[in-house]
Ligand binder design. Structure first.
Ligand code: SF4
Ligand code: SF4
Length: 305
């Protein structure tokens, strides 16, 4: 084995833990391969100092370039002070075109083959009173033209819950809520157990069953460590409110907000009384999905007209 390769090249965190559990991983102390120990027993991302984070990012960027030909920058931009993000969705405007779905795929480097989407647009028949029962909606509708008579559409993605059940379910603390309210995942810390998926009442998390297929030519090179950097097989991923965009100063809207052709999507700082999202909450009849579960989502739905 090469002495300079990043250990992630040859062994996944999950398989390493399995081997360690079986007692079958014997790496001679002091050998070059001891770098495997360094990577797998490194501090968690939240405990690393600046230099440690810098070294890790350098390793990551090198690995992406060597393995996939991805030339990209991985940022670790932290939360802005005085900001808590919230999202609004005007169901009276959404036409079910799924442009948000594909805009998100492109921006966030989701696998093209097999296809993986962080946003699901659900179709409901008008008059239905069970929007909380997400499983009963049609997520696979094929329409020649939208909007269709007799239906309305409700896009669903991570609701960035204040009391997030996924966070509580994760045995490795690979997922957590940041001070600006974004629920993030450290893919290097995730062991792919999928407890978080079982815990999420909104079906918002996706598992990489196969090696993600993302051609280098289609890569968005502007990435964040806790968001849209390319993921490996065997880890969970989901919407991060486009952390790589919104945490810039000045920030940019999430890609789905920007691409929506009818302005159904709203986004902003819940702590700013003059923000658009606060206007929606203060002036529209908003509701949140599965409110009775006390997950306290920061995703607000409403009918503006
Ligand atoms: S699959 Fe989910 S619960 Fe399991 S380690 Fe990864 S983030 Fe945590
Ligand atoms: S919507 Fe699901 S994945 Fe997102 S914070 Fe809530 S429980 Fe976690």
């Amino acid at each position: 084995m090469s002495t300079t390769r990043d250990p992630h090249d040859t062994i996944s965190r999950r398989s390493f833990l399995k081997l360690a559990g079986l007692g079958s991983l014997a790496i001679p102390a002091g050998s070059a391969d001891a770098s495997i120990w360094e990577a797998f027993f490194r501090k968690s991302f939240r405990e690393m100092n600046r230099d440690e984070v810098g070294a890790m990012l350098e390793r990551l960027e090198r690995r992406y370039a060597e393995e996939h030909g991805y030339q990209l920058a991985v940022k670790v931009t932290g939360p802005l002070p005085g900001v808590k993000y919230g999202y609004g969705l005007d169901l009276s405007r959404c036409v079910g075109c799924r442009r948000c779905v594909y805009g998100c795929v492109q921006e966030n480097n989701q696998s093209r083959d097999p296809q993986l989407h962080w946003i699901t647009v659900l179709r409901f028949a008008k008059g239905e009173k069970w929007v909380n029962d997400l499983e009963r909606a049609d997520a696979y509708y094929h329409a020649e033209a939208v909007p269709e008579d007799g239906y309305f559409y409700m896009p669903v993605q991570c609701q960035h819950c204040e009391d997030s059940p996924c966070e509580k379910a994760c045995p490795t603390k690979a997922t957590w809520r940041e001070p600006d309210g974004i629920v993030v995942i450290d893919y290097d810390w995730c062991i792919g157990c999928r407890f978080c998926m079982a815990a999420c009442p909104y079906g918002a998390r996706r598992f990489n069953w196969g090696e993600p297929g993302l051609p280098a030519a289609e890569l968005n090179p502007d990435t964040h460590y806790l968001g849209n950097r390319p993921r490996p097989k065997g880890v969970v991923e989901k919407c991060s409110f486009c952390i790589q965009r919104v945490r810039e100063n000045p920030g940019r809207y999430p890609a789905c907000v920007e691409i929506c052709p009818v302005g159904a999507r709203k986004f902003g700082n819940l702590l700013d009384p003059a923000s658009e999202i606060r206007y929606c909450i203060d002036n529209k009849r908003v509701f949140r999905l599965k409110e009775d579960l006390n997950t306290n989502p920061k995703f607000f739905y409403f009918f503006a007209t």
